[in-house]
Design a binder for this molecule. Structure first.
Ligand SMILES: [Cu+2]
Length: 165
């Protein structure tokens, strides 16, 4: 009567090992939902406008995803547009309070289906600034703005000057 429980344990061990291997193979599966949309051209690209302000457009839709959910800007002024291409869902856009290196209070409180709104703000501290759609934070509608690199100085044009000091 001893053989049966032992065999069961061996089988269990094999099963757990197999599960472990499977889990190891699926590490790349993202925890957040994938965007089901094909974003419009130019979406997610950080460009510098004629007035020297960095511009970026994010898109969201009838899913719970910002496209892109991560983008990088240089310290300086940022003009951020969020376009809601949804036909059903209302979203919003806000930087997560108390989460970034500095507070950004500019936000888009309400973005109805088909609406597009732009906010403008200045960032000086480098680092990661998490943002979210506060309606759908629990569904993973979050992202990160990374502020990195030397300051983007609108008056300096394309010239790069070494920091003094
Ligand atoms: Cu949302």
């Amino acid at each position: 009567m001893n053989a049966s429980p032992r065999r069961t344990r061996v089988l269990l061990t094999a099963l757990l090992l197999a599960l472990g291997l499977l889990a190891g193979c699926t590490n790349e599966t993202p925890a957040t939902p994938d965007a089901t949309r094909t974003p419009d051209a130019g979406v997610g690209e950080v460009t510098v406008a004629d007035d020297g302000v960095q511009e970026i457009t994010l898109e969201t839709g009838d899913d719970y995803v910002f496209t892109p959910d991560t983008f990088t800007v240089a310290p300086g002024q940022v003009r951020l547009t969020v376009t809601n291409v949804a036909t059903q869902l209302t979203h919003n856009f806000a930087f997560t309070a108390g989460a970034g290196p500095a507070e950004i209070t500019e936000e888009i409180p309400l973005l109805a289906p088909g609406q597009s709104e732009t906010i403008e703000f200045t960032v000086t501290a480098t680092g990661d600034y998490p943002f979210e759609c506060t309606f759908h934070t629990a569904l993973g509608q979050v992202g990160t703005m990374v502020v990195s690199g030397p300051a983007a100085d609108p008056s300096a044009g394309a010239a790069t000057t070494s920091p003094t000091g």
